[in-house]
Each structure stands twice: as C-alpha cells, then as structure tokens.
Design a protein around this ligand. Sequence first.
Ligand code: ADP
Ligand code: MG
Length: 370
Amino acid sequence: MASVRVAVRLRPMNRREKDLTAKNIIEIKGDKTTITNLRIPDGITGDSMRERKKTFTYDFSYDSADSKSNTFVSQEKVFKDLGSDVLKAAFQGYNACIFAYGQTGSGKSYTMMGNPGDAGLIPRICEGLFSRIAGMTRWDEASFRTEVSYLEIYNERVRDLLRRKSTQTYNLRVREHPKDGPYVEDLSKHLVQNYHDVEVLMEAGNINRTTAATGMNDTSSRSHAIFTINFTQAKFDTEMPCETISQIHLVDLAGSERADATGATGVRLKEGGNINKSLVTLGNVISALADLSQDGVNTNLKKKQVFVPYRDSVLTWLLKDSLGGNSKTIMIATISPADVNYGETLSTLRYANRAKNIINKPTINEDCNV
Ligand code: ADP
Ligand code: MG
C-alpha cells in the first residue's frame, strides 16, 4: 500500500501578470504552501485571518518562481526527486505514473516536457532509463525492451500522436483486456534502442499536438496527453527465467479551469464540449478514492457504498491502474504566483490536497517461466 504522492510547483510571474502589476500571493516555506486572499484586509485576527491565509502541506513543495532565489527549484531538482523515483520503480518492475494538474499556463507542459535546453520530466526520465541500462555491468544476465507510445484525448476521443499518417483523426477505441485492463486498440508502440530514438518520436508527437492546436482553437489546453513507456526486463540469472514489465504513464492534463463545472459559464461549457468530462470525472474518481481510504476512520462510509466512476471518462478508464490501483503515482499541481489567479490556484491546491488521500496497491509485475 502506498499513498499517491503530491507535489506543488510554483512558476515565475509571466509577462501578462507583470503587465497587470499582479501581486504575489503564494509563499512556499519548507513543506508549507500558503495562499493569501488579498480581498480580505490584513491585520484582522481570528476567523477572518483564517479566511485570508490558507496553508497546505504536500509531499514535495517546489518554489520555481525566482531563479535567483536560493530556494529555487530547477528542472533538474524536480527530476532528481520525482523522476528518479519513477526510474527506480521501473527497474523494480512496478508501474508508475506522474500527472500534472493545473490551470492553463501554470507550467504543466513545462514540468512534463520542458523547453528546448530546459528539459522536463519526460525527456529526463527517458534519458535516465537508457543511461541506467548503459551503466549496467552484468549485461549477460538481463535484457531490456523499451517501447513508447504517445496519445492525446480530446472531447473523449483518442488520437495517436505517433502515427505518421496525415489523416489525424481522433478515432481510436478504448477496450478492456481481461487480464491487463483497459488499453487503446491499434495505438502504435515504438521500439526504442536509445535516447535519440525517443527524442525523434517525442518531437514528432509534440509537433503533431501543436499543429492541431492552432487549427482547432487551442486544443492543447483542452486535451490530455499521455506519454507511455513500456519497459520489460528479462532476467536469466535465476533458475527460472523471469520477466518484469513496468508501464509508466506521464500525463499532461488539460487546463483545470474547465474541471470545475460549477465555475464554468454556459459558453465555456459549450465550447469545451466533452472536455469537461475527463477532468470532472478525474475529480470524482479522486474524491471517491479519498473517501474509500477514509473508510477505516469514518464509520459512516462503508466501502461498498463508495463507487469509483472510472468508466465515466476515457482518461480515468485508461489511467484506472494509476488511480487507486497497481501503480506508484505522483501528482504535480502547478500554480501561478499571481493574485489574479487566486480562485484557480486555490482550487488546484484543494484538488491536490484531496489526491493525497488516495491509496494505491503497487505490486511488482513479474512473470516467471516465460
Ligand atoms: P501549461 O502547460 O500548464 O498550460 P506551460 O507549461 O505551457 O503551461 O507554461 C506556460 C509558460 O510559462 C511557458 O512559456 C513556460 O515556459 C513558462 N513556465 C512554466 N513553468 C515555468 C517554470 N517553472 N519556470 C520557468 N518558466 C515556466
Ligand atoms: Mg500545456
């Protein structure tokens, strides 16, 4: 049993926020993240003070607001903490998942993919995988196989980002394997031998994603991207030949501003179409799982009465194992420092806070006598 671990990451003020002379309302100190509501006057004590400042605690707290500050957290540090753990899990034969959650522009893609010369978690994890394999001394006793796929979910439909065909349609079907669970039918899987192979695919996939975005009214902020690594190790050093299989999902979610159905206006709901469905369902799944884990504490809630609505959206169905199942999972909540984003940031911090309660059951995926 292992809880989903939750990280918060604060980005720098952007140009727009600076132009608006936005105020910084986030303070990260140690493992405490405090958000201030500037609409509530300072200097009051008691309940009002509690309304003005709210403090949250997460497993990892990353202040990346100011690269000159001595508490600044770089891409490398985020990888060293979270990425290395995923690599370790992969080599042990566990499934792992990292997903980034936050409003559009808060730093999800920067954290997961990064910028040229400033790589994020996905490239660093892939690079780390191959450098670990290269560093192994007892080559003859194990062999490795790495395959990647990259897909996008938009309006509850799935598209393969690694198919070269120019006919890019969202028409892949999600099916369920009796043993292995939900999967995307006909999704291309690409065998990769080294980091360069991955780089080429990643680039093609990213271009695929953004090309569609310009033509389709900012699809990328409304779509979920899942980069998956299937990592198989065959070991010959024991009496019984064994294979361990690890699946790693690295997920860049759609902007969370569309997650909150109550906050979305009619217009936005309409233009967003089904995009709300996966994010709203993700929220419902997280809530249900959080309730389940409270079961022992709260006698009013019986396990049987908590229904986890995985099947209600494509995203939650595909990530079923990563949420309350067989996976070591990390959620990264990305936030803006600016007062103009107070509402969205508070909602992200609360969402992340609920996710801390999810209990997963990771097991080593070993298949012997293969
Ligand atoms: P999202 O994917 O959540 O919509 P992005 O990752 O695209 O947001 O980030 C929006 C902008 O802010 C990008 O230009 C990105 O490079 C920049 N940015 C985000 N997070 C950071 C960070 N921690 N440090 C520096 N720049 C960042
Ligand atoms: Mg993005």
